[in-house]
Design a protein around this ligand. Structure first.
Ligand SMILES: NC(=O)c1ccc[n+]([C@@H]2O[C@H](COP(=O)([O-])OP(=O)(O)OC[C@H]3O[C@@H](n4cnc5c(N)ncnc54)[C@H](O)[C@@H]3O)[C@@H](O)[C@H]2O)c1
Length: 248
């Protein structure tokens, strides 16, 4: 029960990785405040230490309110895991609308700004904290047709490193995890329109991983539990590839 004193906010807690991360943190004894668009997406997490909060992470006022409530209930916020995100269906750049570009940037980058801003406010007062952003190995090992998604993940990594240097004097660590293709509901959404989703998952994604299989959400959760823990006390500004070698 290494994390028994920790209070951790997990965004995207109703998603494939968010669920596995919440489960792992709860199993390690942490108190978890899960945030996602709909409360019902978090209903599987039936645990006395888990609180589900329905909130649109792009709504600045609602996010501030959700963090204030979490802090009021728990007295502190030790960790923030940014696990929300949105996929792009592989498409040539000429077919990508400005509207989709903005949406991807908002969900995958602006969300990080809004949650990290709130977390930093509370963590600075405590002089400690750990913020982790799930970006993507595609930021450094791109695939064709995912230009907007990949740009958003590159921004997520840069933002994380910028915060790491800014917040280090306050005892707050900020790290990035780059997953390879991971077996969640999102993976099929990267398929080109009209392409068979299962074939894409196997032939484009699983076969591109040197270790021969898709990443499991639990693989990501293991890395998060380490980065939240005090074992990672001197790890900040790091970019951890949990990708079975896809980035090589
Ligand atoms: N699955 C993959 O292959 C893969 C690979 C690399 C990186 N990633 C990244 O990992 C993270 C988690 O992805 P996942 O596979 O678990 O996806 P997922 O689609 O299963 O989960 C994403 C969650 O984010 C939530 N969300 C989206 N917009 C929101 C908003 N405005 N407010 C609140 N919640 C919102 C969704 O409701 C969903 O529950 C994402 O950042 C994704 O880009 C995924």
């Amino acid at each position: 029960m290494e994390l028994s004193e920790k209070v951790v906010v997990v965004t995207g807690a109703g998603g494939g990785m968010g669920k596995a991360i919440s489960e792992k943190l709860l199993a390690e004894g942490a108190r978890v405040i899960g945030m996602d668009l709909k409360e019902e997406s978090m209903k599987d997490q039936d645990h006395s230490q888990f609180t589900a909060v329905a909130v649109d992470i792009l709504d600045e006022e609602a996010v501030a309110g959700a963090f204030a409530e979490a802090h009021k209930q728990s007295g502190k916020i030790d960790g923030l895991v940014n696990a929300i995100g949105m996929a792009q269906s592989a498409s040539p750049i000429e077919d990508v609308s400005l509207e989709l570009w903005h949406k991807l940037m908002n969900v995958n980058v602006t969300s990080l700004f809004l949650t990290s801003k709130e977390a930093a406010k509370y963590m600075k007062k405590q002089n400690q904290g750990s913020i982790i952003t799930i970006a993507s190995i595609s930021a450094v090992r791109p695939r064709p047709g995912l230009q907007a998604y990949i740009a958003s993940k590159g921004a997520a990594e840069s933002f994380s490193r910028a915060l790491a240097i800014e917040l280090a004097p306050h005892g707050i660590r900020v790290n990035t995890v780059h997953p390879g293709p991971t077996d969640t509901g999102m993976l099929g959404q990267f398929a080109a329109s009209g392409a068979d989703v299962e074939t894409t998952k196997k032939q484009i994604f699983a076969d591109s991983v040197p270790m021969g299989r898709l990443v499991a959400p639990s693989d990501i959760a293991e890395s998060i539990s380490y980065l939240i823990s005090d074992r990672a006390a001197m790890v900040t500004g790091a970019v951890l590839h949990v990708d079975g070698g896809r980035g090589l």
